[in-house]
Design a protein around this ligand. Sequence first.
Ligand code: SF4
Length: 396
Amino acid sequence: MGGKGKNAASAELEARLAKEEQRLSGLSVPLLAWYDRQVRNLPWRESPAAYRVWISEIMLQQTRIEAVLPYYDRFMRALPDAAALAAADEDTLMKLWEGLGYYSRARNLQKAARLIVEQYGGELPADYQELLTLPGVGEYTAGAIASIAFGIPVPAVDGNVLRVLARLTDSDEDVMKPAVRRAFSSLASALVPADRPGDYNQAVMELGETVCLPNTEPDCAACPLADRCAGRAAGRARDLPVRAAPKERRRETRTILVLIDRGENGSRTVARVLLHRRERKGLLSGMWELPGVEGELTAEQALALAGEYGLPAKRAVRLSDGKHVFSHVEWVLHGWYMEAAGTGPCPSGCVWADGESLRESYALPGAFRTYTGPLPGWLEGSGPAEDEQIPEQLTF
Ligand code: SF4
């Protein structure tokens, strides 16, 4: 901001973007023509009912389209409308979301579905401000639903849109600052055409995802807006938008116990793994997990911990280390595989899950993938050999 006050700088940016608004007016014409030529067929585009658009937009937050597609189909088959989502039991919902991450999205979807059933007769409201009152629905999602499903001319400003606008206007303002985002949202709002607002919003997003790519040289030769792009003309589109460096993540070391019980059921041996339900607050709230504690445990300490659970174990096999990165924290994981010496009562907050219920009923977050990947094989077979490490490709 140099020596300028905050307000003066914001006013200057708003004035500059107001001029850009005039220069960029009419950009929807070449953009929609481009979109019509190369629009991708996606299931929520074929039939853009508000419920379908809403679910797709929530799934697409932080997740690539290709990764979302199988989840979306499965979710729509199981919970085809707000009433079904409102009535779903928690484990069914989490199982449908298993592997998508950011599980609070699924919980908010259900809270919102219950409100939609109670207050709107099961249909999403066709009003931007009312959509904003639903849990988990922010300005971007409300804008996407309102414009795509209801044809309301409001913008849907996500990271793709901010990037395209910062480049079109050759702006080196930090788009993470609320005042800058507000100024760009107001420019985005002015540029939305009254005709086809939903297609227009999807076209800007699509341009950002396929042509005006982040952190690399954008494909300006393929861009329908190239002749009005100031960032391209200045030769610095690749370096825009400017963003303050994100805060460093906290690192947390955890030890995970893969505790197996092999019991007899008639003539069959049934192997089950101990799962624990996390507290209903904080990270992965209320999710099932492989039990674990903070810090790195030795084999003796891991065996002692299993004893504290009331499940003394026969042996402890060291597993490969894993890692999982959340938005604010990074887990460094150490794992021990153990077999219970005899089945005691299940510790509080825990269940024993066999291979089938693991597949069908219990959702385990991707954070445990290093251990849940080989787990079905351990349940069916005899577990890892002494000191056997999980093959390198199963760790990440
Ligand atoms: Fe992005 Fe290049 Fe198009 Fe400008 S011309 S909007 S930088 S792809």
